[in-house]
Design a protein around this ligand. Structure first.
Ligand code: HEC
Length: 70
């Protein structure tokens, strides 16, 4: 799954290996829109807004969705 690879490379350093057990509100990242808004809001994530495409963010959101138990 593409999102799993992207998550591991770009997100797990701050948010933990598993989004379900992860930190800093990563479990909220269920859509590309939420993720992109977070890049804009959080200074330490700002670089990701240019590093990742909308398609990347959708893949990451799908991975987070598949991991988070609600
Ligand atoms: C350099 C560290 C760092 C990296 C890398 C990082 N984040 Fe974050 N992220 C944070 C911090 C810190 C917060 C919490 C900020 C707050 O609550 O004010 C956060 C919060 C979030 C939130 C919650 C936003 C909200 O509305 O509360 C989401 C979703 C998120 N990050 C997604 C991601 C994704 C997806 C990636 C990988 C593409 C990523 N982050 C990579 C530091 C990081």
């Amino acid at each position: 799954m593409r999102g799993a690879v992207l998550y591991k490379s770009y997100c797990s350093g701050c948010h933990g290996d598993d989004p379900d057990a992860g930190t800093q509100g990563i479990y909220k990242g269920l859509t590309a829109e939420v993720i992109e808004a977070a890049y804009r809001r959080v200074d330490s994530m700002r670089l990701l807004a240019s590093a990742l495409t909308a398609a990347n963010n959708a893949d990451i959101a799908a991975f987070i969705e598949s991991r988070v138990r609600r």
